[in-house]
Design a protein around this ligand. Structure first.
Ligand SMILES: [Zn+2]
Length: 880
């Protein structure tokens, strides 16, 4: 059979049947129709490539997106798509004095230009209502290998013998049925009329051809458009630039011109955005009209032919696809041991941070791919790339974009091993430690490299045999994982290229960050300079002075993100019905003041819009804008300074919990924590929950969290759990380095010490509530459903039981005295300790942190260094 889906490596989307006719005619070898999964495709060969062609059942970007997904599902080796068909052109573009003319029959190729990656998805509907352009999805560029082929063809066109398109056109027409052939010929300059911008095609009968109803005196013939518009027969000009793509037809000269001005769009079509959204692809369009109200059926076949001819020439220059996809490897079922081995590395917060980071808005970040350092990093064999920048400039969003692009372009070369980690300073211990980094990286790499998984599983099995259950009897240690990575990455990288992306290195602490950079450098430097090893590590981090990168590349985000910030501000302001001029003035002022700090803009734009909604004049708003502090730290201070005096202490308490809790707290936990202050006089939770201070619902709590924090805390959702965290690491840093004093000027005592004091006392008070201490530990242990029920009924129980000791330990290390523990824990009675030990055993049965049965308060005190408490007990002479 001819239809072996695996051999096809390029998908060719021909939106219309007419376009498929042209496409088939450029095949070197025709494999005929392929019937698969109830659909019909067409296969063939061009140059060294097997190409599968598909026509759309209906028009539009959504249909194109569905079709591409269907092709990818059936033809698993399809690495990318070409979308080839007809489109509407912008008559001329480029700098005045050197305008390029697009004429009918010319070809436009999607190519990154300005802030866009070659395809600009836009929504005409939103635009018509005199709003502004509304972008949806990504404006992604074509994959690197295709872009390279486009560039090389572009260069060869400007040299003799030039393009092969005229020959291809002649040859392809021979394959088209004689009755149709004439339609696929160059229609000639006489048939190419460009109507004046202000002259529309009559609304009715709109289907009538222009020559029957339009005034030719209001049009320009091609010959009158200057030397730039002249073409020899069958010799279209190729234009490279942004193509606007939407579900709706572009049908007015004024809209066309405006889109051209705003986004440098030179061609309009209806499919590309749907395909490029999820798959690497290149869009190629033959021009059949001028994207105005004058539609022209006459040029459509020839335009389809020139687009197909260009695509053929392009594919001929494209090197053979390296599709050596390891089918068997991928399909291979993992053994039970391999699965448990991977499980021992995974942890539930592993992907949370990466998922949380906001997607770059439609058109931001694309500069990265064109940046010199990024390009050299991608093209060099081995190397480090340090994306550096001040807090809040948007490093994480950029890293997410880089990773997305890397994955999107990866199918071109299925061998590439990709791994990433996003450090999260406000997250759980594993989210901000090297252990978490190594576990996550190894998990990802092992999943992609079966041979390595095999090796590592034997280490894992060995440990299980000698030490017992993973997670209970033993856990991975960061040094063993690091050593394994260091010894296994070099050999793997000789066979399969590896790319690793690591975000926010600084969020694991400055010292640790430096050590990690040394580890990366070691990895890279140990690779042979010659030979085939390929390893690229890209990480983002603040400007730490001491990290010196040998053989490393750097880029500085605040120097590059000006356009991104401007785009963001513009799209935010556009949500309001601001006057054009006012919007422009505001945008300029905001972008100027931001000096590259995205986070600043994110906080300031809502303030500005608030002023506007309150009816402030533009001059007033500008004046207020100039008064807003320019440094993030000062801005945070101002925001906290605005908290009403009656809410200050509550805000302080909230900030202390969010800053110093040992892990992020869920909203129910936070509700209990906030209500349970150290000095509460209630004796049961039940009484307490009936007090007026208690927040009754999670929804209400979420609102309170946002308003108390002045918007500095956000609530994010993970697996159904709502978690409160600072909107940015810089808020956290600001508060712990003294910013929290804005809320209460403690005369003495360390910020951290006071917070840990409060948190530990809240936990102890919680455990000593009568209804909490009377929970039966047996009941918790007996069944998992009881455990869930109890943690639901007592949200803070888990946290309070596990963490009070560690908070109290910190109080001591911060040099604060805590003799009051004796009273709180009802010393010299050991009752409280017994309750605590029982609860601890029930909640975390197999942990080595579980205290032994007969633990007394003095044991805990000695073990955790509560020196001041032990001294007080001795002084009271009741140490038993
Ligand atoms: Zn007309």
């Amino acid at each position: 059979m001819e239809d072996q889906p695996a051999r096809y490596t390029i998908g060719w989307i021909a939106p219309l049947p007419l376009e498929l006719t042209a496409a088939k005619a450029v095949l070197d070898e025709d494999h005929g129709d392929i019937h698969a999964d109830g659909y019909i495709y067409h296969g063939g060969k061009i140059g060294k490539h097997n190409v599968v062609m598909a026509v759309q059942p209906k028009m539009g970007t959504d249909a194109a997106s569905d079709l591409a997904a269907r092709v990818r599902a059936t033809f698993k080796n399809v690495g990318y798509f070409v979308v080839v068909g007809i489109g509407g052109g912008v008559p001329n573009y480029g700098p005045s004095g050197a305008r390029s003319q697009i004429v009918l029959g010319d070809v436009v190729v999607s190519y990154p230009r300005g802030r866009y990656g070659g395809i600009v998805p836009y929504d005409v509907g939103a635009w018509i209502n005199e709003g502004r352009l509304e972008f949806r999805g990504h404006a992604d560029g074509p994959p690197a290998s295709l872009l390279a082929a486009v560039n090389s063809l572009k260069a060869s066109h400007s040299m003799t013998p030039g393009t092969k398109i005229p020959t291809i056109l002649q040859e392809m027409r021979l394959k088209i049925h004689a009755d149709e052939r004439e339609n696929f010929e160059d229609q000639g300059s006489q048939q190419d009329r460009l109507y004046q911008d202000n002259y529309s095609h009559p609304v009715s009968p709109s289907n009538e051809a222009c020559e029957n109803c339009c005034d030719v005196n209001r049009s320009h013939k091609r010959d009158s458009r200057g030397i730039e518009a002249a073409r020899r027969i069958d010799t279209p000009k190729i234009h490279y630039g942004n193509i606007g793509s939407s579900n709706q037809l572009q049908i007015s000269a004024s809209k066309r011109n405006r889109l051209h001005e705003e986004c440098e769009i030179i061609c309009f079509e209806m499919e590309g955005a749907g395909v490029i959204k999820n798959h690497p692809s290149l869009v190629i369009r033959g021009i059949c009209d001028y994207s105005d109200s004058h539609k022209n059926k006459k040029w459509q076949p020839y335009a389809a032919a020139t687009a197909a001819a260009y695509t053929k020439e392009l594919l001929e220059t494209l090197p053979a696809s390296k599709h050596t996809m390891k089918y068997k490897e991928l399909a291979q079922e993992k053994t039970k041991d391999q699965k448990s081995c991977l499980q021992s590395l995974a942890f539930k917060e592993m992907n949370m941070r990466g998922n949380d980071i906001s997607q770059p808005t439609s058109t931001t970040c694309s500069w990265l791919l064109e940046h010199e350092s990024y390009q050299s990093w991608v093209s060099q064999q081995n190397g480090l790339l340090w994306i550096k920048g001040n807090p809040g400039v948007g490093k994480s969003t950029l890293m997410k974009y880089a990773l997305h692009e890397c994955k999107r372009q990866a199918p071109v070369n299925n061998e590439l091993v990709i791994a990433s980690f996003f450090f999260h300073g406000r997250g759980s211990p594993l989210q901000k430690s090297p252990l978490g980094l190594f576990r996550s990286l190894l998990y990802q790499i092992l999943n992609q490299v079966p041979k390595l998984l095999h090796e590592f599983t034997s280490i894992f099995k060995n440990k299980c045999d000698t030490e017992g259950e993973p997670g209970t009897n033993w856990d991975w240690h960061q040094t063993e994982l690091r050593d394994f990575l260091q010894s296994s990455i070099p050999p793997v990288s000789k066979v399969r290229p590896i790319r690793i992306y690591i975000d926010a290195l600084d969020e694991c602490g400055e010292e640790v960050a430096r050590d990690l950079v040394k580890v990366f450098q070691c990895l890279i430097s140990e690779l042979p300079h010659t030979g085939r090893a390929t390893l690229g590590i890209c990480f983002s981090c603040r400007h730490y002075p001491i990290i010196a990168l040998e053989r490393g590349l750097t880029m500085c985000v605040e120097k590059e993100n000006y356009d991104d910030i401007a785009t963001h501000v513009r799209s935010e302001l556009d949500r309001e019905d601001l006057e054009q001029n006012d919007a422009q003035k505001l945008k300029e002022e905001i972008v100027k003041s931001a000096s590259g700090v995205f986070q600043w803009v994110v906080l300031v734009v809502p303030m500005v819009l608030e002023f506007y909604r309150n009816g402030r004049s533009i001059d007033e708003i500008l004046a207020k804008l100039r008064d807003i502090p320019k440094q993030l730290d000062d801005l945070y201070r101002e925001i906290l300074g605005k908290v009403k005096p009656e809410y200050r202490s509550e805000t302080l308490q909230l900030m202390q919990w969010i800053c110093f809790a040992r892990r992020p707290l869920s909203i129910p936990e936070l509700r209990s924590a906030m209500a349970m202050d150290a000095d509460t006089h209630y004796e049961t939770l039940n009484d307490h929950q009936n007090s007026p201070k208690y927040v009754r619902t999670d929804k209400q709590m979420e609102k309170r969290v946002k308003s108390l924090s002045g918007g500095l805390i956000e609530v994010v959702e993970h697996a159904g759990l709502h978690i409160a965290q600072f909107i940015h690491q810089s808020v956290n840093d600001h508060l712990i380095t003294g910013g929290i004093r804005t809320l209460e000027n403690f005369a003495e005592g360390s910020v951290a010490g006071l917070a840990h004091f409060r948190l530990s006392r809240s936990c102890i008070r919680y455990i000593s509530m009568k209804d909490v201490s009377s929970i039966s530990p047996d009941k918790i242990l007996s069944e998992i459903t009881h455990q869930l029920e109890i943690t639901h009924q007592f949200p803070l129980l888990n946290y309070a039981t596990k963490e009070w000791v560690l908070h109290a330990e910190k109080v001591e290390t911060e040099g604060m005295s805590q003799g009051d523990l004796l009273h709180l824990l009802r010393w010299p009675s050991n009752e409280m300790m017994k309750i605590w030990v029982r609860l601890h055993k029930a909640l975390v049965p197999y942990s080595n942190e579980t205290p032994p049965e007969e633990t007394t308060l003095l044991h805990v005190g000695s073990r955790h260094g509560f020196t001041s408490m032990v001294a007080m007990a001795i002084l009271r002479n009741d140490t038993n």
